[in-house]
Each structure stands twice: as C-alpha cells, then as structure tokens.
Design a protein around this ligand. Structure first.
Ligand SMILES: Cc1ncc(COP(=O)(O)O)c(C=O)c1O
Length: 377
C-alpha cells in the first residue's frame, strides 16, 4: 500500500468556483476570459510580452519548432538528459538531434560543450532548466548569438526560478511551461508558450488555431477567418484555464509551501548524505530555483535501486528520472552511441527523486526522512 505518493495533485480550493464561473460563461472553448486572465497573470508576473496557453508543454515545444521553421537537414542541440517532448518537437519536422552532455553539478546542458557541437546546419538549442535551476544562460546566449541560432528554453520545471535575477523563460526567443499535474502550478494537463521575440506573435496565434486567422477574427480585425498557414489545435478549453487561474493567483502560497518542503529535505538529509557518500542538489549562487523537485545522487546504481525498493516496502514512492536519451531506442536510431555523454550515463543511473508535492504534510515528510536515515549505502 502506498502511504506517501511521489506526487499528489494540489488544489487551492478556488478552482471549483472559477470552473463554475467558466461553465456559466457564454463559452468555455479556448481563448475565453479565463485564458485571457492566465495570459495576463503570466505576462505581468514574468514581464513577458506575449504568453499563449497550450494544451501541454509538449505542444508548446511543437509550436516552437514550427515557428523556427525547423525542417529536414537541420540540427538541434539538446541535452542528453531531458524529456523526449523537446526532441519530438523537431524530429517530427525532420530535424536531427545533436546530444550534448550535462554538467555534473546542476545536471543542466554543459555550456562548454555546445560550441564544439555547432555546425552550419545547427538551427536551435532546446535546453531544459533541470529541477528549475537555471542553465548558464549568459554563455549559452552568447554562443547562440555568435552562430545565429535560436534558443528555446523548456521551462517545464522552472516557472518563477531565476538566473542572475531574471526569470527563467525570458532568455530564449521562445520558452515553454508545463501545467501537468506533477508541476508546481497545474491544471491536470496544460502548458504555455512564452514569446520573447514579438516577430513570432502573429504566426504563433495562427499555428495554435489550426493554421487559421481565427484569433484576428474574434478580435474583429478581419471579417472572416480562413486557412492561412499550417497549424494544429494547441489551445486548451477555458475550463482548464479557470482551474489554472486559481493556481497562478496562489503563487506565493504554493511556492512558499514548496520551499519549506525543499529546505526541510536539504537540512534533514545533509548528515545522512555526508555519511553515505550521497550528493544532494546543488543550486549555484547565480540561480534562484523554483522548488520543483528534491533529488539525490546515490553512490551507485545498486544503492539507488536498493533505496527505491526499501522505501517502496515502507509504502513510500521514490522514483528515478530521465533515462539517457541518446541511448533510448529512438535516440539510438537517430545516432546516439554508448559513451557519447558519460556524465548523463553515470548520473541518470544514480539519481533518485523523493516524494515532493505542494500540500505534503510535515508528518508525511518526517516519515520519508526517518525512513531514509535508516538506509545505509
Ligand atoms: C522537461 C520537460 N519538458 C516537457 C515535459 C512535458 O510536459 P507536458 O506533459 O506538459 O507535455 C516534461 C514532463 O514532465 C518535462 O519534464
């Protein structure tokens, strides 16, 4: 029996009132008033000129690939340690991933290995701010500028995290968010595209609305709408936006609960980690993290597996994370080889994530911490 899940979805209590209001509204398909309110909340809090809610982070990434006109023959630089959605986005368009290894401290793409993997076919870098701790954006943006390539920040983990005082998601031409139930702010399934280059504004609306200029029509800017470009249906129902609005409005409360849980883990597990040769997460001084997850790097694959099964025997669900993408069945098909990304290959085997969710009670967390303290590597 699971006593402590890895994640438990959190609701502030106001979601249901907003959903009732959305049902009572004249429409609850996409781009209703709750969607507009979520756009405004995100634009204002992040200082971004345009945000578009999407049905998932995966779809926001697909929009990014379309907006950048990524196609056959193009190469896209990605960390070998990330979620497949970032790769599908451009592999679906016929482009090829170029895997770059990660840094051993933050588990983010190793900025010092990007330039040597850049060719005249490189179209973009799709990076992830792992666990909501920022990548080395100064260096990465400088490389991108030098080579004329775009940067897409997959910020599924990092909403409200900062790098050198600036919000994650505001560096690349485009960035994405996830509102999946495992994320800090959620509506079950959902995402957003953050547009930092206003040249993409008009086309992004079109791609999101099935390749039509329907958004312009709804604003009264054209008297009929028609098919003007490729596209798909990337906009969520206003019912989801109603749920999300309640979450975004409780930003302070949600983030402070998560911060408390993260800091308790860091403090209470420090001595256990030291005695057992375990490494806890590293947050560099230039980063303010988003308190998305709490992980540990165990001494070996065996000790990681042993800790997962020991905790599972106590009803506590701890989990591993991404498998090295270049060694996945699809990664091998697109050119990945064993040994290409040794840091990823090593750390992916040793990483464990502990239960971590908004609303986790202190007694639940104490159970996890006490259980971990009993485990010896
Ligand atoms: C880094 C990263 N990007 C993208 C995704 C996909 O998000 P979504 O489920 O909203 O499509 C995930 C999922 O967990 C993720 O971890």
């Amino acid at each position: 029996m699971i006593r402590i899940p890895f994640n438990r979805p959190y609701a502030t209590g106001e979601e249901i009132d907003y959903i009732r209001a959305a049902i009572a509204a004249p429409k609850f398909s996409g781009d209703g008033s709750f969607t507009t309110q979520c756009h405004a909340l995100l634009e204002q809090s992040l200082g971004i000129q345009k945000v578009l809610l999407t049905t998932s982070c995966t779809h926001a990434l697909e929009m990014a690939a379309l907006l950048l006109d990524i196609g056959p023959g193009d190469e896209v630089i990605v960390p070998a340690f990330t979620f497949p959605s970032a790769l599908n986005a451009f592999v679906l368009r016929g482009a090829r991933p170029v895997f770059v290894d990660i840094r051993a401290d933050t588990l983010n793409i190793d900025e010092n290995q990007i330039e040597q993997r850049t060719t005249n076919r490189t179209k973009a870098i799709f990076l992830v701010h792992y666990a909501g701790v920022g990548c080395e954006m100064d260096k990465i943006m400088a490389i991108a500028r030098r080579h004329g390539i775009a940067v897409v920040e997959d910020n599924a983990h990092g909403l409200y995290g900062k790098y050198r005082g600036r919000y994650l998601g505001t560096f690349g031409q485009l960035a994405t968010l996830s509102f999946h139930e495992t994320k800090n702010f959620s509506c079950g399934e959902g995402g957003a595209l953050l547009i930092n280059d206003r040249n993409f504004n008009e086309r992004a609306e079109i791609l999101r609305e099935k390749g039509t200029d329907r958004s312009k029509f709804f604003r009264g800017e054209v008297d009929k709408y028609t098919w003007v470009d490729v596209g798909s249906s990337y906009l969520p129902s206003d019912l989801l936006a109603a749920f999300l609005r309640a979450q975004l409005e409780h930003r302070e409360q949600i983030q402070s609960m998560r911060r408390q849980i993260w800091e308790t883990y860091a403090c209470e597990l420090a001595s256990w980690a030291k005695t057992n040769g375990v490494r806890l997460p590293i947050v560099l001084p230039e980063c303010e993290q988003s308190y998305h997850m709490f992980y540990a790097i165990m001494p070996s694959l065996e000790s990681r597996q042993a800790l997962i099964s020991y905790l599972s025997g106590l009803g506590i669900l701890a989990v591993f994370h991404y498998l090295p993408l270049h060694l996945s069945p699809m990664g091998l098909r697109v050119g990945g080889r064993q040994g290409d990304c040794p840091v990823t290959e090593d750390l992916a085997e040793r990483l464990i994530r502990f239960p971590f969710f908004t609303g986790m009670s202190s007694s639940e967390q104490t159970l996890v911490i006490e259980a971990v303290h009993e485990f010896r590597c």
